[in-house]
Write a protein that binds this ligand. Structure first.
Ligand code: HEC
Length: 103
């Protein structure tokens, strides 16, 4: 009797393991939009401090309010001069600049 119980228990365990491994190797769900996912975006304010102060102070930035498209032009020009930003970082920085020093 107890042997049968053990066999059933083992069979259940195997089924459970098989099922969970199928479940785990199934198609990946797209990551839900969570605060953690948003935090993975580059931080425009931090980028401004880190990447835009090598050649001049931020006075240049704060002096003149600009629209988003004007900031985009400036950031592109600064990248061509040597500001170290990838495309995602440049986008985040332009958004930050337009918000903080927009017109
Ligand atoms: C490699 C050096 C360098 C880096 C890094 C740099 N700049 Fe500049 N920046 C310059 C120079 C040189 C000028 C003056 C010539 C000009 O305006 O093109 C300037 C001018 C500016 C001006 C004034 C433009 C105008 O038309 O009045 C702004 C605003 C500015 N930079 C913003 C930024 C921002 C934002 C960043 C970060 C993405 C940045 N800079 C990074 C070299 C740099």
């Amino acid at each position: 009797m107890s042997r049968t119980v053990t066999r059933i228990a083992v069979a259940c365990l195997i089924l459970l393991l098989a099922w969970s491994s199928i479940a785990c190797t199934g198609p990946q769900q797209p990551a839900p939009t969570s605060p953690a996912a948003t935090a993975a975006q580059p931080d425009g304010a931090a980028l401004l401090q880190a990447r835009c102060t090598r050649c001049h102070t931020l006075d240049r930035v704060q002096q003149t309010p600009r629209t988003a498209s004007e900031w985009e032009t400036i950031v592109a020009r600064m990248r061509s001069k040597g500001a170290q930003l990838n495309d995602a970082e440049a986008d985040a920085l332009v958004q930050h600049l337009a918000r903080a020093f927009g017109k």
